[in-house]
Write a protein that binds this ligand. Structure first.
Ligand SMILES: Cc1cc2nc3c(=O)[nH]c(=O)nc-3n(C[C@H](O)[C@H](O)[C@H](O)COP(=O)(O)OP(=O)(O)OC[C@H]3O[C@@H](n4cnc5c(N)ncnc54)[C@H](O)[C@@H]3O)c2cc1C
Length: 488
């Protein structure tokens, strides 16, 4: 079937492309690494120029035509403000300061944030507001990934409260127009106490080093580590889980199962966020064991997240894909670069180990593009699904060109591009105009709950804010065009 689409859509010299494609499909790679190299070595891989320029930024009326001038003005103003380093610095300082303990000051700050950054980057405070935002996006051809923006939990009561929030989010999706909500987002650290995630990660790492270690609580899962995974977080034999910890693990697992079941019932896939490497092994363990239970009948319900900034990302992705293939499980993967840059490097340095993050940004770009290429090939070959979450225009364009070339259709294959709500509008609309499914990742919830999350994002993605340069430039161009039109 892929070949049929390919034959009708490809604009590259057909014989050359079919040869490459057949070779890719038929190459019996001897190892996961060989499979990856084979995919990346294709002339249509994501390291060269796209053969078909499908994402176009030249026509600003086609990009922003669905936004009113007021919406455009507001978006441009907020992006300009967010790009001013001292404004972001002051915001982070104030939110973390004791000033926030003074009721009046707190109200004033949250009030002004609500009408600026919150309004720009968040979907709303309650069900009604979120529904309105989702419908507005749906009307302009974008979908929504709903993220009830919770921070990590320390105790069982908070985990239960958070579970309730996730379940209500899934329930609310049922009353939205079909297809308008593409995914529901969850963080494992919001439903399992953080300390327990650290303990479980330690034990999983120790078992990887010492395969004879028995972990009686462990369910069947997909590979969590590769030979290149750093294990420096666990330098000595961790003690086994206590009966209380085992009980807490079991309850946390049940919470995740409830979320998965609700997602399956609503037929809305669940995207589980990746966090920092100290707890990520436990998050992958939870995610992949849930995927084994819920990803059935060519329908991946549970999506895990791979962070391409990690040096071992590619190797782990290959192992997990191969294992899922062998077990006939449709795999769901969200690919991101990663948002914990500074804390990862700091932790590794403090323990005397090299950072787990690629030494250069170019290595990260190349890893992201290589993994995206590999995942797109996998989407064609199997019933797996992929979310390419990025604001990077080059990565977006390259992936779009490859997806187009290998015939990944809008409905037949599970490919979703995704950007944060309020970020990279030009890329989102450009991809939409090129015929792809595009989602906005939308945090929502009360202002005071969401703001720490947004500020953490701003802090971690300081460089990312400058990616709004393109948006600001194109928005200015579109506003000038509209003014000129009015004066004619
Ligand atoms: C829909 C969506 C979901 C997301 N979910 C997650 C998630 O679950 N977990 C998570 O961790 N993040 C998540 N993110 C955040 C994502 O990781 C950030 O968007 C990312 O940090 C920016 O990458 P980009 O692809 O947008 O590319 P760009 O805009 O090109 O960003 C590049 C950034 O990468 C960073 N970087 C990476 N490697 C290096 C290096 N070696 N040297 C220097 N800088 C480097 C820098 O901060 C730089 O600013 C998500 C993002 C989106 C859009």
């Amino acid at each position: 079937m892929a070949r049929r689409i390919l034959a009708t859509q490809s604009k590259t010299p057909k014989r050359f492309f079919l040869y490459t494609f057949d070779r890719l499909l038929n190459t019996a790679a001897s190892s996961p690494a060989a499979a990856f190299t084979a995919a990346s070595a294709s002339p249509l891989n994501l390291t060269g120029s796209p053969a078909t320029p499908t994402v176009d930024f030249t026509d600003t009326s086609a990009l922003f035509g669905s936004l009113s001038t007021l919406e455009l003005l507001r978006a441009a103003a907020n992006l300009h403000l967010a790009a001013v380093g001292p404004v972001v610095d002051a915001g982070i300082w104030i939110m973390n300061s004791k000033l926030m303990d003074v009721e009046l000051i707190r109200e004033a700050i949250l009030g002004s944030v609500k009408h600026t950054f919150y309004r720009h980057f968040c979907a709303g405070e309650d069900d009604a507001a979120v529904r309105k935002t989702v419908r507005r996006l749906h009307d302009v051809g974008l979908r929504s990934m709903l993220d009830y923006a919770l921070e990590y939990a320390d105790d069982e009561e908070s985990c239960d409260r958070n579970l309730d929030g996730f379940l209500k989010t899934i329930e609310a999706i049922k009353s939205l127009p079909p297809g308008s909500a593409s995914f529901v987002v969850a963080k494992v650290s919001a439903i399992c106490p953080l300390r327990l995630l650290e303990r479980v990660s330690d034990l999983l790492r120790w078992q990887h080093k010492n395969p004879c270690l028995n972990l009686p609580w462990k369910f069947k899962t997909l590979p969590i580590f590769s030979d290149s995974s750093p294990l420096y977080h666990t330098l000595k034999h961790p003690t086994p889980l206590t009966p209380e910890e085992e009980k807490s693990l079991q309850i946390s697992h049940q919470r995740l199962m409830k979320i998965c079941q609700a997602s399956a019932d609503a037929n809305v896939p669940l995207a589980i966020d990746a966090e920092h490497t100290k707890v990520q092994p436990a998050i992958d363990y939870f995610t992949y064991s849930a995927a084994i239970d819920y990803n059935k009948d060519h329908n991946p319900i549970v999506y895990g997240t791979v962070q391409a900034y990690l040096k071992d990302a590619k190797d782990r992705l290959l192992l997990v894909t191969k294992a899922a293939d062998n077990m006939k499980i449709p795999l769901g993967i969200k690919l991101v670069r990663g948002a914990y840059m500074s804390s990862e490097s700091k932790l590794a340095l403090s323990l005397g180990f090299p950072s787990p993050i690629h030494d250069t940004i170019l290595d990260t770009h190349s890893c992201y593009n290589g993994c995206a290429s590999f995942l797109l090939d996998n989407v064609v070959k199997s019933s797996s699904g992929v979310i390419l979450a990025t604001h990077n225009v080059e990565s977006g364009k390259l992936a779009a060109a490859k997806a187009y070339e290998i015939g990944i259709g809008k409905l037949k294959h599970k490919l979703e591009f995704a950007q944060l709500y309020g970020m990279s509008e030009a890329l989102s609309f450009g991809l939409r105009n090129a015929g792809f499914q595009v989602s906005k990742y939308m945090p929502f919830g009360p202002v005071d709950m969401v703001m720490p999350y947004l500020l953490r994002r701003a802090e971690e993605n300081r460089g990312l804010l400058s990616t709004s340069n393109l948006d600001r430039k194109l928005m200015r161009k579109e506003m000038a065009r509209r003014v000129k039109d009015c004066m004619r």
